[in-house]
Design a protein around this ligand. Structure first.
Ligand SMILES: [Zn+2]
Length: 68
C-alpha cells in the first residue's frame, strides 16, 4: 500500500504487460524487455534486468565498487 516511490530491495519493481499473445517485461525505471511468447520468459527477463540493474550487491550503493 506504500506508493511513495521508495522501493526497497527484493521488491517487485517489474511488471509484465500482455500484447496479444506476447508478454513484455517492464520496469519502473523505464526499461522494457523484448516480446515473449510466454509470460514466464517475460518474467525471467524482468528478473534478470532487476538483478543486473537494481541489485543491491552490484550497484553503487557503497563506495566499494570493483565490478565496473
Ligand atoms: Zn529497471
Amino acid at each position: 500500500m506504500l506508493d511513495s516511490g521508495d522501493i526497497g530491495p527484493g521488491q517487485n519493481r517489474t511488471t509484465t504487460v500482455e500484447r496479444g499473445s506476447f508478454s513484455i517485461a517492464r520496469c519502473t525505471c523505464g526499461w522494457s524487455g523484448p516480446a515473449r511468447r510466454a509470460r514466464a520468459l517475460a518474467r525471467d527477463d524482468a528478473a534478470d534486468h532487476a538483478t543486473s540493474r537494481h541489485s543491491r550487491s552490484g550497484t553503487s550503493d557503497s563506495s566499494n565498487s570493483s565490478d565496473e
